[in-house]
Design a protein around this ligand. Sequence first.
Ligand SMILES: [Ca+2]
Ligand SMILES: [Ca+2]
Length: 214
Amino acid sequence: MNRTGIVRTAAVTGITAALSLATIVPALAAPVTTVADLDGDGEIETVNVQQAGDDQVISATVNGTFTSIHVPADTQAGIQAPRVADLNGDGRAELIVTQSVGANTTFFTALHFDGRNLSQVVGADDKPYSVAEGGGVAAHLGYGCTAVGGGRTFETVASEADNVGAPAEQLTYSGSRTVYTLRDGALSVEKTIPITSRPANDPLLVVDPATCDA
Ligand SMILES: [Ca+2]
Ligand SMILES: [Ca+2]
């Protein structure tokens, strides 16, 4: 058995253990909290996340007013604290919320505070936006931010391996890097850069979510 096989077996055993534990103890995941300045006034709000059936409820009190939103959750993976980001560099935090956790890939949605309520960031198609991170060997997926002027652009990479099975140092990926601007809770595409057969360490493929930190 090669090393990859051993790692996979260990991961599967871990999942099985987690599943049987969930069967014995069907309790709801414990609520989690994080802190973010949602309205950019310099005061930090507490953000609570709680499981509700197949959903998660994300809530906060901003400037004395309570707001909450339901979004789908991955009940098997449990409730996770959102990542606190500022995708456009305006000083108001966005929340990157885990929606589903796969073996290699995690899907997130983004929330913003519109001045009154928390709402889902929408894409150019006006639908709730979702971004993937990870991909294992077969794909290279993720997001990051780039400082532009006084603000930031939000950038995603979505690519697939051209040659799965090749030695790691020979793997190349093709897909695209998309540059977005976020305004009033909506992402619009600034440009899409094609990626053609580039190694994983190519600057076009490299994205670091920490560059979006608030
Ligand atoms: Ca605040
Ligand atoms: Ca922001």
